[in-house]
Design a protein around this ligand. Structure first.
Ligand code: DON
Length: 306
């Protein structure tokens, strides 16, 4: 496709999204996120050949939050740690990303690696594998995003740590069932820093090419097998937007992963990685404007897995 084609698609996506910019509520349970201007919107498309197109605030950095969970899972799966699946399952939860009740009656095994308890277990596993879960993730994202200075935001990480009692509850509940390998405070220190990584839409779209290329890194080496990449994308489709996954599959029809910073990563396998960002969230913690933009993109281009 020509550059003109992409610019035209992005202009249409922006036009569709404009009335929704500022809609929703900025996450304020992490105080540092509560101060972000809601009237921002960015969208970027990266093609598997590495070309990137964008519109709006696509070079403004935002908090990556739960979108990091895709990449920690990729790192654990790349080490062929198949026994991680005895510690976290692969079913949609149908409940909020930080819900406690299911974890209690399911014996400390989280429903999937994208809700908070499942992601904390994945970070725990990565810490055991590498000795530095956050560092391993940051190195991967630096290389794949093309930003060698990509990093955590220490103020956001501290803000999460100060208000992280629910994550501590989830982690200690799992520990009580014998499902943590490292000390909870250490795991959560890596988890909070992981979530506070800042990224722009353009950088996130580039990083997502790892999945759009079925596990192939920017340097041409393979982090994941094709089957592993396929399985991560399947989990994004079924679990990546929590108790809205059905709605997102219906509206967008792509594997998606959201974060409470308002970012959303979506993959058109074999073709594109899409990153959308708008800080205002709907009631289930997913960006309102990013969802509208992704829906417009799939409607306009007919790019979908279905
Ligand atoms: O642990 C938390 O609650 C946040 N750091 C991440 C949650 C999140 O991004 C959920 N996504 N929509």
């Amino acid at each position: 496709m020509s550059d003109d084609y992409y610019q035209d698609v992005l202009a249409q996506v922006a036009e569709h999204t404009r009335p929704h910019i500022g809609a929703g509520t900025v996450a304020d349970y992490i105080p540092q996120l509560g101060g972000v201007d809601p009237n921002q919107f960015g969208f970027a498309v990266a093609a598997v050949d590495g070309r990137v197109y964008s519109v709006g605030d696509a070079t403004t950095r935002f908090s990556m939050q739960s979108i990091t969970k895709v990449f920690t899972l990729a790192l654990v799966m790349s080490r062929r740690n198949h026994n991680v699946w005895t510690r976290v399952h692969r079913e949609p939860s149908g409940s909020a990303f930080n819900s406690l009740y299911q974890l209690e009656f399911e014996n400390g095994i989280a429903r999937n690696p994208f809700i908070n308890p499942g992601a904390i277990v994945v970070t725990d596993q990565l810490l055991s594998n590498t000795g530095d879960a956050f560092g391993a993730l940051r190195d991967l994202l630096r290389t794949e995003s093309g930003n060698p200075e990509l990093d955590a935001d220490p103020v956001t990480a501290a803000s999460e740590r100060d208000t992280g009692d629910r994550n501590r509850s989830l982690a200690y509940l799992m520990a009580s069932f014998g499902n943590m390998r490292n000390p909870v405070p250490e795991v959560l220190d890596h988890y909070f820093r992981q979530c506070s990584i800042t990224v722009s839409c353009e950088e996130l779209a580039l990083a997502g090419l790892l999945l759009a290329r079925h596990g192939r890194r920017a340097d041409g080496s393979d982090l994941l097998s094709r089957g592993e990449a396929r399985r991560i994308m399947a989990l994004m489709l079924t679990c990546g937007t929590y108790d809205s996954a059905g709605e997102f599959a219906f509206r967008i029809g792509l594997p998606c992963k959201s974060g409470v910073g308002g970012g959303m990563l979506a993959i058109v396998p074999g073709h594109y990685s899409l990153a959308a960002w708008g800080p205002g969230l709907g009631p289930k913690g997913n960006s309102v404007s990013a969802a509208v933009a992704l829906e417009a993109f799939t409607d306009i281009t007919s790019c979908s897995v279905f």
